[in-house]
Design a protein around this ligand. Structure first.
Ligand code: 4UV
Length: 524
């Protein structure tokens, strides 16, 4: 068993709203909380809190509260923070939807989570309203953040002036959010995270994330994904930093905003590091305000991290996390430049973990020198999810009776106590840090009349980390091409889930139990 090198943090037994906003001082209320990157519009902490209260009041006036699920479908804009925290403040549960989802993908999440109300933005109204129709959400229950004829706008709700409700629940068991993750196998599942899970993960990061009210933090990592949700919307706001939102990643705009807004800290995923290390555009901007960066969501190559540090002169931390862990469990602390950037550092406060030999089930120990053998990483702490929504079996397969979450990642521990992710046991593919569930693409491929069987695995890719590769068995007489397969998939899924390589095979290798032997395919 490995314990965090940090003393336990006290985890306040309060709601996310009480943790972040209840006791805002007058000084903090005057600080800037959010800056809209494209326009420069600012929202203070005091204004944000007032909007959250008003939105909670408007939701309560519509009968929305404890037991209701409200979907939030938007790229990063300042109003996302109002809606996210307003939903939680009302006692309802938020489910955040990827802004690039197709109707099929979004409808599935709305139905599975039983969402009864939906917040979206005007450019996404077509997908949002078609998905809502599938899920039985009426048009009156679709709220458009930036306003749109025929729909209620966020502004309309805030203008009602309804008082925030007094809600009372147990933060440890009340579900705050349901992001979706495929976990170790199968389709995306609703990850139920409690208020305490979210509060805990912010508190647990105290010793390793040096972010203060002096910081100006670029927020382009999507708030709908657990990384942006906890680290930006919760942790950065808890420290009273300023968040500068960008609705999408565009390298030129990203660099321009860092320069103009004097950004001091940037949270990234590895593909952005590739651009920062190599792209000529980077030299045309003054990025000297940036003092720190952290990468997470996919493996960071050590030489790549070092190249970014050498070019920009910034510290590069790496974090490891998982939706089911709210998400952070390991981080390279800011004061440990001696550690390899290819590691994920140490378990954060209140974390215990094990590395378990996949063949024998034996626990592996820290070696006196070098690195341990690799095994599956198991994690326990106050940030472990409550469970998957409506999926008892998957929950039991993921969180054991002792409370350890089996990550499905293969790690080793080094003699200095640092951890390193070396492989993945689970099916998951990570395209630019975004989840792609092979089972979902396989099920889609099997709906094609000319496809007899299919398997999807990760193929390493220098720019994206991994790309989904499909192995396809054609039906007899079919002349289906690689291009046909890619086009077919692209018509049904969000861009990050596109199949980007195809190979035709005679048969999908399977075990006697019918499980796809992915390892056999990964090598081909
Ligand atoms: O569920 P998910 O999409 O969750 C994430 C969360 C990543 C975060 C969040 C906050 C941080 O501060 C931070 O540093 C990282 O990605 O996908 C979980 C899976 O992504 C892979 C691994 O397979 C997880 O099970 N993954 C995430 N981070 C790393 C990683 C990493 N640093 N190195 C290797 N794989």
């Amino acid at each position: 068993m490995f314990r965090s090198p940090y003393p336990d943090e006290v985890i306040p037994n309060v709601s996310v709203y009480d943790f972040l906003f209840r006791d805002l001082s007058a000084d903090d209320a005057a600080r800037v909380a959010l800056i809209d990157g494209p326009t420069g519009d600012e929202t203070s902490y005091g204004a944000l809190k007032a909007q959250i209260d008003l939105l909670a009041g408007a939701l309560a006036a519509r009968g929305i509260g404890i037991g209701d699920v409200v979907a939030l479908h938007s790229p990063n804009v300042p109003a996302f923070a109002t809606v996210f925290h307003g939903i939680l403040r009302s006692g309802a549960t938020a489910t955040t939807v990827n802004a690039l989802y197709t109707v099929e993908e979004m409808a599935r999440q709305l139905q599975d989570s039983r969402a009864t109300m939906l917040f979206t933005v005007s450019p996404l109204i077509t997908v949002a309203s078609e998905s809502a129709a599938f899920a039985g959400i009426p048009d009156e229950r679709i709220i458009v953040l930036d306003g749109l004829d025929g729909y209620t706008g966020l502004r309309d709700l805030l203008a009602e002036g309804a008082p925030a409700p007094e809600v009372s629940f147990d933060p440890a068991t009340h579900v705050a959010v349901i992001p979706y993750s495929s976990g170790t196998t199968g389709f995306a599942k609703g990850v139920q995270l409690s208020h305490t899970n979210l509060v805990a993960n912010v508190a647990q990061c105290a010793p390793v994330l040096d972010v203060s009210d002096e910081d100006r933090i670029l927020a382009f990592l999507p708030f709908f994904h657990i990384y942006g949700m906890t680290i930006l919307l919760n942790l950065a706001l808890s420290r009273h930093a300023a968040l500068i939102t960008l609705p999408r990643f565009d390298l030129a705009q990203f660099l321009q905003v860092i320069q103009d807004q004097k950004v001091s800290f940037v949270f990234i995923a590895p593909p952005v590091a590739v651009a920062l290390a190599k792209h000529p555009l980077v030299d045309q901007f003054d990025l000297s305000s940036v003092r720190g960066m952290m990468s997470g969501a996919a493996p960071m190559d050590e030489s790549l991290a070092n190249a970014v540090t050498a070019r920009l002169g910034v510290h590069m931390q790496q974090g490891y996390g998982m939706s089911e862990l709210s998400p952070v469990s390991h981080v390279i602390p800011p004061d440990r430049d001696d550690l390899s950037r290819g590691t994920i550092g140490f378990p954060i406060a209140n974390i215990e973990c094990k590395i378990v030999d996949v063949e024998t089930g034996a626990e592996l120990d820290m070696p006196a020198e070098g690195s341990s053998r690799p095994g599956e990483l198991w994690v326990r702490g106050p940030n472990v999810m409550l469970g998957y929504l409506g999926q008892e079996q998957a929950t039991h397969e993921t969180v054991d009776d002792d409370g350890f979450l089996h990550t499905g990642d293969i790690a080793q521990v080094n003699h200095d106590g640092s951890f390193q992710i070396v492989d993945r046991l689970k099916e998951l593919i990570k395209y630019k840090g975004y989840q792609v569930a092979p089972a979902e693409l396989e099920a889609l491929l099997l709906t094609h009349p000319e496809i007899a069987d299919a398997a999807v695995v990760a193929q390493p890719d220098p720019a994206a980390g991994e790309i989904p590769k499909a192995f396809v068995v054609r039906r007899e007489g079919s002349a289906l091409t690689e291009g046909d397969v890619m086009t077919f998939v692209a018509e049904h899924v969000a861009p990050h889930k596109k199949v980007r390589a195809v190979a035709f095979i005679d048969a999908v290798p399977k075990s006697s139990a019918g499980k796809i032997l992915r390892k056999d395919l990964r090598g081909r």
